[in-house]
Design a protein around this ligand. Sequence first.
Ligand code: NAI
Length: 261
Amino acid sequence: MKQVARLFSLDGKVAVITGGARGIGGATARLLADAGARVAVVDLLEDEGEKTVGEIVAAGGAARFWRLDVGDEANVARVFADVEAHFGRLDILINNAGIEGENIPTDQMTLEQWERVMRINVTGTFLCTKHAVPAMERAGGGAIVNVSSMYGLVGGPDVPAYHASKGAVRLMAKTDAQLYATRNIRANSIHPGFIRTPMLEQALSKHGPLENVIAGMAQLNPMQRIGVPEDIAAGILYLVSDAGRYVTGTELIIDGGYTSR
Ligand code: NAI
């Protein structure tokens, strides 16, 4: 095998991708399976999740769907135990499930609106990491990626709970990197810019005709275009494969240059 193929190979590995049914999670599930991993697609969306699994299997990969609410600890514990029993091990966790929540200024947001975002984006990441780490230790090590955002690095004048949640998962990766480094478990965060997914389309369609809003948004970016889910999946593959074996506690920004100015 050529060195480059060996570096990015996930042969023999098992990966859980939360929110793996569609968008960035779907592209990541497909790419990690293409690299040789057996993939657990976990999500609330059953039809989309089964569709993603079907695409992976049709392409010659191995995958299975589990319905999971990342904010429900009993559900997380059961699904992670099931995944390990089904595939025999667990090596990789992508904490990708997330919601944007309400676009309401801080002074008008209710506690319930705030807590709904935190429960999925932050508590969900905590719970999945908590229940993945013992399985990774049994496998001899592992790699965790928290999907943050460029808005986990800089602020924005909207969705305050979302930005706070993305800052939290960035720091959680750094803490977990230090906690588990000697146990051969790496943890990093990835920071997407504007990526065309159902989440982004739903948020933007409130501001006018979708293609016009997207074209306007692209102008905010030095590269003058928004990204696609595969742009982020490629960075995740780097972080979880042998190519990233000395990388832990860091943050990979993939935003077309947005945060460079
Ligand atoms: P998406 O909405 O297309 O996908 C998110 C997935 O998470 C969906 O399949 C959804 O069903 C699932 N999900 C939501 N709540 C869940 C729960 N409680 N339990 C399990 N699964 C749940 O969104 P997208 O854009 O693919 O987002 C993926 C991640 O990337 C999110 O964490 C998001 O915050 C982050 N991100 C996205 C950016 C973008 O421009 N699209 C930019 C920066 C970060």
